[in-house]
Design a protein around this ligand. Structure first.
Ligand code: TXA
Ligand code: MG
Length: 345
């Protein structure tokens, strides 16, 4: 992290870089974003090219609030006002009808635009200094693990291509919840730390019958029709480079067998005492801390030289989940994308 005067100078430089069509990686509370002027088609094209992102995958637009959201969205319906009041700045992305001036590439040609106001002082300072909406996909090559530290971004992109604002470690650690409204009901297109129950409750729909639908996570081999609502989700795997499996502790013997002599890096839930693994990363039992540390742990396992990453399945809640336990739903979604079940080859 930088001291305040250095940070002010780098934010001014970053805003100038953005104005000239450049790309600036910035910290948010979820993950680092690859920022560019959302209304400059050439700058947006640069972001797609740097990430190697398929053009069917629309980008999230970062804003300072309602007023800036209305520079890219056609309307601001009452449900958006309610959710923004409840959760902005914060890790909630709203899908709204797009305004005509938004470059086609931002929305992947679709009729909607995804907007969120990030809860991070550096991101907000950059947005205010730049004075306009910024696209900000996660600052990783498409399909790979999202960055939660400035060093993760520097590992993936050259300083000539991407200026990096260092805001330290991201506190939430997984990408924002993406929600849209359909037929008067919220629908979660990507789970995040703000869960379905919290969203229903904020909308005054907390009677069980109106709990939001959560689109199921597609497997890397393809998903259901529902995922087409958020086309990009189909191609997002959040995958480490090393093969990765998830397992229940009782099946550790099977992991060792499956590794067939390859060194194994384990993300364990604690109290894990097997002697075989080359590396054991103990994951926190608290879901918010687990989420905050997940991507850094996957990266550490990836860099360890292990031939297999084995992620012990956390104790996921079942049935109707309320409160902080909702974060486990988002963690489960990311683990389904980053790993395969042990015997699925
Ligand atoms: O937490 C986050 O949201 C981070 C930080 C940097 O803000 N950003 C992020 O952006 O995760 P990205 O581009 O990696 O993920 C955007 C997700 C994709 O799953 C995409 O398909 C979905 O949002 N999305 C974007 N625009 C959409 C739209 N108009 N309708 C439905 N889904 C949309
Ligand atoms: Mg991403």
């Amino acid at each position: 992290m930088q001291d305040p005067p250095t940070e002010l100078a780098s934010i001014a430089l970053a805003a100038r870089t953005l104005r000239s069509g450049g790309v600036v990686a910035f910290p948010t509370e979820t993950v680092y974003g690859l920022g560019a002027d959302a209304l400059n088609p050439a700058a947006v094209a640069r972001v797609f090219a740097l990430k190697g992102r398929p053009s069917i995958n629309p980008l999230i637009v970062h804003v300072t609030g309602r007023e800036m959201a209305l520079t890219v969205a056609q309307e601001w319906p009452p449900w958006a006002e309610t959710l923004a009041r409840a959760f902005w700045p914060g890790p909630l992305t709203l899908v709204l009808p797009r305004a005509g001036r938004v470059p086609e590439a931002v929305t992947a040609g679709g009729p909607t635009v995804a907007v969120r106001c990030p809860d991070h002082p550096t991101a907000l300072a950059l947005l205010f200094e730049f004075g306009g909406p910024l696209v900000g996909p996660s600052a990783n090559p498409s399909g790979r693990v999202s960055p939660t530290r400035a060093a993760h971004v520097r590992d993936a992109f050259s300083a000539d291509d991407v200026m990096v604002l260092d805001g330290g470690a991201c506190s939430a650690g997984i990408e924002s919840t993406v929600v849209r409204m359909r037929d008067g009901r919220p629908e979660i297109l990507r789970p995040g730390v703000i869960g379905p129950w919290a969203i229903s409750r904020a909308l005054g729909l907390d009677d069980g019958a109106l709990a939001p639908r959560v689109s199921s996570a597609p497997s890397p081999r393809g998903g259901g029709a529902e995922t087409l609502a958020s086309p990009g989700l189909l191609s997002e795997h959040y995958a480490p480079n090393t093969p990765a499996v998830r397992f229940e502790r009782a099946r550790w013997g099977r992991v060792v067998e499956f590794a067939a002599g390859r060194p194994v890096a384990v993300l364990s839930m604690g109290g894990f005492s097997a002697s075989e693994p080359a590396l054991v990363i103990e994951m926190p039992a608290d879901p918010n801390l687990y989420a905050a540390g997940l991507y850094a742990a996957l990266r550490e396992a990836d860099a360890s030289g292990a031939g297999l990453i084995a992620v012990e399945s956390p104790p996921l809640p079942t049935g109707r989940v309320v409160g902080p336990g909702e974060v486990w739903l988002a963690i489960a979604d990311r683990l389904r994308r980053a790993t395969r079940p042990l015997d699925d080859r």
